[in-house]
Structure formats: structure tokens, C-alpha cells
Design a protein around this ligand. Structure first.
Ligand code: MG
Length: 389
């Protein structure tokens, strides 16, 4: 391990180079004098309206209905920035393309509907009744290629092919047979390492952040986290041993900080180890390897899986959160049904989409773009005006 850590850089050919097909855009643009194509894509995502709306979308806690315990829990925006930090550090350590990794991290949750996974479930369920489904990666692609309006000459952000490919391949692969419309995105091949690493940067960011937010909000208790999450306990014990007289909250922060660093460092080392072991030298070999190359080491992976299982059982699916999820599903489902029955309540630009996209998809697109506060307010005003604000 030691020699890998001192030199985890990968063969240069594994970093996506900013040239050729992967930097092609729907609408050709002259190169910028000072900025690379992926740096420009980072900026386009950061300046997008959908990116700003992440501030109003739930990560775990929603910003409405008095659910938010204090000012510090993550929103989907601050979560996104934490993922970007981990992705950038990992790409830098490995000699991969940092700007590409950063652009993909910034975009990775941009297609999420309001109310986190509960909202996504409800929207998907409603669409299935119309023979459709909701997929936040594909919705993200629609946002960056259609809904964002920043150019007079065309719709969308005109991102490079590499960024669009990475957006749809966030934590899943699509079969070419079921998605002929995605033909240009190298279906049947794995994405470059910069895209693969986003999945784990995401996991590392939310596991540690959600333990933090769960403890901070009182939804999780230190003793049960120590008992249920070996990775936390190990770093908590080490922090206690190093600072026996420090305040408990500082020991917790020290443990979480060390835990995040251990996960991210393991990720860097394991990617380097797997590349070295497999003898992979080129991007083509990454794409055609038997499986995705980005992974944690076996022991860290089992620690990660345990932490995730603990969070599901004790936090995400706890009775208190289940109540909020049920309410979120009611809001999304009722508003969906209402707009299907009363499409004249859709904004005019969405109504114009109906002939092309069909009513169900158009309603889903409108709802998916909403923040938690916007949808809660619209639901109350249009469907339950008698309820107290
Ligand atoms: Mg995420």
C-alpha cells in the first residue's frame, strides 16, 4: 500500500484528454482562449438555474413543514459541493482530469425531484400508471440539454459529450437495446474513471454527512452509531485516545473527519491498485474492462456497506422520517393527479411541451424541477386551500 500512496498517479492515457470526440458539443463552439472545455462545462452547470434550486431540495431533511432541525443539515446543494470536493481531490491524486470529475460531481444530483428519494418514488409510481418511468439521471440529461435556457441560439447548456455521458452513467449502466435514444453515449461500455469515481465520492460524502446531521439533529445517538458502525467506532476510539479531555462534540467531529479521510484515501489507493493489477493502460481498456474499476478495498467496502445499512435502518427509514416521506409522497402524487386533470394550471412554456412529450411526462418534468418549498406551497394553494400555511 505504502508505495501506491506515494505514487497513486495512473498512466496518463487514463485521464480523459480535452480533445477529439469527447469534447464535441451539439452546437460547435470555437475554443476559449484561456479555459478548457471541461472547465467551461463546470461553469455552465454552476451557473444553471437547476443548480441553484438544489439549495431548496432535501438531502435527508426537507426545508419545509418545520422538519429542518437547525441551520446546519445539508441541502442537496451543500451535499453536491461536498461530492465535488472529494471528486476533485481523488482525480487530482490519481492524475485524472479534475475539471471533468468536478463537472460531473456538480451535475450528479441536478435531476432530483423535490423531497429526495420519497419524491422520486412517488413521481416514478405515478408515471408508471402512464407506461413511463422517472429516472433522475435521464432527467438530468434533459435539464442540461433542454430545460436550461442560457443561449439565444439553442436550448440547453451545450455541454461536451464526456460530461453528458458521465451524467447518465452516474451509478448505473443502460442497455443499448432498451435506450436507442442514448446511442451516442457508448452504451455497453463503462464510462471513464472520472465518471466512475463520482458514485463513490457521492457515497462517501453522504455517509459521513448523514451521520453528522443525524447526530446533530438528535435523530441518531452516539452510542447506537458506535455500536452499529464499526468504521465510526474505530475513528471515535482513536480520537478519544488522542484527545482524552476534549469535548464530546469535538471527538465526534474528529471521528467523522477521520472517517471521511480514510474512505477517500482508500478510494484513491484502491483505484490505483486495481488499475495496476489489471495492467490497464488506456481509456479504451477502462471502457471495455469486465466491470467498473472504481471501488473501495474489500474491507473498506464492507465497512461502507455496514454504515449504509445502519443509516437506512436507523435514520432514513426511521418512524419520524417515514412520516415525512409519507407526506412527501402525498404532496407529489396529489399534485401530479391534479395537473393531469387540470393541465391549464401548468405554466405556458410547459403546456407547449404537451404535444411533443405527452401530458404525463410534461407534468413530471414540471414537478421534478420544483424545490420542496415550491411544491408544498403549490399543493396547499391549489388542492388544500383550507389548510393553514
Ligand atoms: Mg448525491
Amino acid at each position: 500500500m505504502g508505495n501506491i500512496l506515494s505514487n497513486p498517479r495512473l498512466p496518463t492515457a487514463l485521464a480523459v484528454q480535452e480533445q477529439g470526440l469527447l469534447i464535441s458539443r451539439f452546437h460547435p463552439e470555437p475554443p476559449h482562449a484561456y479555459r478548457t472545455p471541461f472547465a467551461r462545462d463546470c461553469a455552465r452547470i454552476l451557473h444553471a438555474r437547476a443548480f441553484r434550486r438544489l439549495a431548496g431540495k432535501a438531502q435527508v431533511f426537507s426545508r419545509v413543514a418545520g422538519e429542518l432541525p437547525g441551520d446546519h443539515p445539508r441541502s442537496r446543494l451543500t451535499h453536491t459541493l461536498e461530492v465535488a470536493q472529494i471528486a476533485r481531490s481523488t482525480a487530482h491524486a490519481l492524475g485524472l482530469n479534475q475539471s471533468l470529475a468536478e463537472a460531473l460531481a456538480l451535475a450528479h444530483d441536478i435531476g432530483h425531484p423535490p423531497f429526495g428519494h420519497a419524491g422520486e418514488r412517488a413521481l416514478d409510481l405515478r408515471l408508471r400508471a402512464h407506461g413511463l418511468s422517472f429516472d433522475h439521471n435521464l432527467h438530468a440529461l434533459r435539464i442540461v440539454t433542454w430545460f436550461e435556457e442560457r443561449y439565444a441560439a439553442f436550448r440547453g447548456l451545450n455541454l461536451t459529450l464526456a460530461v453528458r455521458e458521465g451524467i447518465i452513467k452516474h451509478s448505473r449502466d443502460y442497455a443499448a437495446s432498451s435506450h436507442p435514444e442514448l446511442g451516442e453515449y457508448f452504451l455497453g461500455q463503462f464510462p471513464p474513471l472520472e465518471a466512475q469515481l463520482i458514485d463513490l465520492a457521492d457515497e462517501i460524502a453522504y455517509l459521513t454527512a448523514d451521520l453528522d446531521d443525524g447526530l446533530d439533529s438528535g435523530n441518531l445517538h452516539l452510542e447506537s452509531v458506535r455500536e452499529g458502525v464499526v468504521l465510526f467506532r474505530r475513528h471515535h476510539d482513536a480520537a478519544l485516545a488522542a484527545f482524552p479531555s476534549a469535548a464530546p462534540r469535538l471527538i465526534t467531529q474528529e471521528a467523522l473527519r477521520r472517517m471521511l479521510n480514510a474512505l477517500a484515501t482508500d478510494l484513491m489507493e484502491e483505484i490505483a491498485r486495481r488499475v495496476q493489477q489489471s495492467g490497464i493502460q488506456t481509456l479504451e481498456q477502462v471502457r471495455n474492462a469486465p466491470k467498473r474499476l472504481v471501488s473501495l478495498s474489500a474491507s473498506m467496502e464492507s465497512d461502507r456497506a455496514e454504515a449504509k445499512k445502519f443509516l437506512y435502518a436507523n435514520f432514513y427509514n426511521s418512524p419520524v422520517m417515514e412520516q415525512a416521506h409519507a407526506q412527501a409522497e402525498t404532496v407529489v402524487s396529489e399534485l401530479f393527479d391534479f395537473l393531469i386533470a387540470n393541465p391549464e394550471h401548468l405554466p405556458v412554456d410547459h403546456q407547449e411541451q404537451i404535444p411533443q412529450e405527452g401530458l404525463a411526462r410534461t407534468v413530471a418534468d414540471y414537478i421534478a424541477g420544483m424545490t420542496d418549498a415550491f411544491i408544498a406551497d403549490l399543493w396547499r394553494r391549489t388542492i388544500h386551500p383550507h389548510l393553514e400555511g
